[in-house]
Every structure is written in structure tokens, then in C-alpha cells.
Ligand binder design. Structure first.
Ligand code: URA
Length: 284
């Protein structure tokens, strides 16, 4: 958890107006007390692997020992087949059948299907409906990872892991976000190519990772845009720029995490596997 890039901290909760630089999401969690063992901590030598696995819900200790024996568990990339290895849950990367799992139980990450009309902020001094109201007292220290415009709906991650929030939101990690946009106007045939090559907006160029038309009906289309940009209103501005004003915008994925069939306003805790994949993506 050390050696993170500097925090370009911004605390503006406003969701309107174009801004400079990356802006999507810089609300950071406080460093978690569990980050580093304190002077009184007695876990400098770590904990037994099977105990850590069992506590993470992988199976009973006996089952975990069998899994170790079968070569299904790796620590920091190396398969472990001896029993009793000691690991540090705060630092070591543990994988089951090659899939990284989150083993710290003090870190939680949730996915929310943010409804339109709700602002992306944990509180609001103007008493507007905000995601903080929806989260309630689910977990201490939760922050939103990135922002969605007030009118945008869909997948918003919330976590109490400050470093994870920071990395997922920082442009240098290039985490891809997927959006479905309902647009009016007809989509030119060469648009995907143009958007992949990049277009110039008033605050600089933007490129998409992919673009496709999902549906077209009665002068309206639904398009899917994947990009790793975090500038304000980027999808709406990009599509308006190419003559396709957006009437509805939904984020359907952040990296490997999918909105799935979550109901609007619902919240779910990410599984250990989902969390492991997310951490792997940003090098944690
Ligand atoms: N792009 C937008 O235009 N709005 C969002 O909320 C997110 C990305």
C-alpha cells in the first residue's frame, strides 16, 4: 500500500460545469488504520495461511489445507504446497485457482446502481439527494470512486480502501469505463473509427477504447462507449461534439465490475473475487 502516486486531491462536490484536468473522482478515503501494523501489533510474523483463507470464507481450515495440498493456492504469484506458511494479510497477494482474493476483512467495496437525479457526494450542504443518503451507515469511511453526473445513472463503486479508490480514479491507471448512451440523430458509419482515432474537445483531445451501435429505432440510437477518461461530462461532451446529443446515460461497467441486473438505487457488496480482480488491475 505504500509508494502510491501523489494525491491530486480535489474536494469539489459540484457535478456541473466543465473543468480542467482529471476531475472525475478524487475524493479519497483516510488512510486506514489497518494499513500498517502499529508498534503493539504482534503479527509481524504473519498468520498461518489456512487460517487467513478460512477467515476470508474460502472454506473451513481443513478444506483450506486440502486446497493448499492440491496446489490451488498461491501467495505473491508462487504456488504454496507446504502447510503452515505465514502470511501478512495486509501485504501478501493470495490467489485461489489463479484468482486473486481479498483477504483483509476490514476493507469493503460496494457497487451501487446510482439513480438519475442523485448527486455523487457523501453529503450535501444544500440538502440535495446524494449517494451518502443511500449508503447510510453501511460501513465506516466509505468514499465514492469517481463521479457520475447528477443526471447519469449506473455503476458507482464505493470503498473504504483509500488506495484502491485513488488508483481506480487516477488517470495513470487507465481503468476502462463502459457507458450506454441514448442519443438522437443518426450515427455516421465512420464514427467508431473517428472516435478511436481521437477528436479534439475544447479542453483537449479524447479517444475512446471502443464504440458501437447497440440499437437504432425511430431516430434514436443506443450506443456503447468504452473509455478510460475521467474528465467532467466527457461522454456527453464527446457525443454532442459529433452531433449526437445524449438523452440518457448509464455506466454499465468499471474495469471488470459489471452493473449486471442491479435495480436502480440498489447496493451490493463486491465478492472477494471481484475485489481481487479489481486490485490486480491497479497493481495492489
Ligand atoms: N461522462 C459523462 O458525460 N457523464 C458522466 O457522468 C460520466 C462520464
Amino acid at each position: 500500500m505504500n509508494g502510491a502516486p501523489d494525491d491530486p486531491t480535489q474536494d469539489d462536490d459540484s457535478t456541473t460545469g466543465g473543468g480542467e484536468g482529471w476531475s472525475e473522482d478524487m475524493e479519497l478515503a483516510p488512510a486506514h488504520p489497518g494499513d500498517r501494523p502499529g508498534p503493539d501489533s504482534d503479527d509481524r510474523d504473519g498468520e498461518r495461511l489456512q487460517k487467513v483463507l478460512a477467515r476470508a470464507g474460502v472454506g473451513s481450515r481443513r478444506v483450506c489445507e486440502d486446497m493448499i495440498e492440491a496446489g490451488r493456492i498461491s501467495v505473491n504469484g508462487a504456488v504454496v504446497q507446504v502447510q503452515g506458511m505465514r502470511v501478512d494479510p495486509a501485504r501478501d497477494r493470495i490467489a485461489v485457482d489463479g484468482v486473486r482474493i481479498e483477504i483483509r476483512d476490514d476493507r469493503v467495496t460496494y457497487a451501487m446502481n446510482k439513480p438519475p437525479g442523485v448527486i455523487t457526494a457523501m453529503s450535501d450542504d444544500r440538502a440535495r439527494a446524494c449517494v451518502g443518503d443511500m449508503v447510510g451507515d453501511l460501513a465506516k469511511g466509505l468514499v465514492h470512486v469517481g463521479r457520475l453526473d447528477q443526471d447519469t445513472e449506473g455503476l458507482l463503486l464505493l470503498t473504504n480502501d483509500g488506495e484502491l479508490a485513488h488508483r481506480l480514479a487516477h488517470p495513470s491507471y487507465e481503468v476502462r469505463k463502459t457507458y450506454l448512451a441514448q442519443v438522437s440523430g443518426s450515427v455516421p458509419r465512420d464514427l467508431a473509427r473517428r472516435l478511436r482515432a481521437g477528436v479534439e474537445l475544447e479542453d483537449g483531445p479524447v479517444k475512446v477504447d471502443s464504440f458501437r451501435v447497440v440499437d437504432t429505432h425511430a431516430g434514436q440510437s443506443v450506443v456503447e462507449v468504452v473509455l478510460h477518461e475521467g474528465r467532467k461530462h466527457i461522454v456527453r461532451r464527446l457525443l454532442a461534439h459529433v452531433g449526437l446529443p445524449v438523452s440518457r446515460l448509464t455506466r454499465t461497467a468499471v474495469g471488470p465490475i459489471q452493473l449486471q441486473r442491479m435495480r436502480s438505487g440498489s447496493i451490493r457488496r463486491l465478492s472477494k473475487e471481484e475485489l481481487g480482480t479489481l486490485q490486480e488491475l491497479v497493481g495492489l
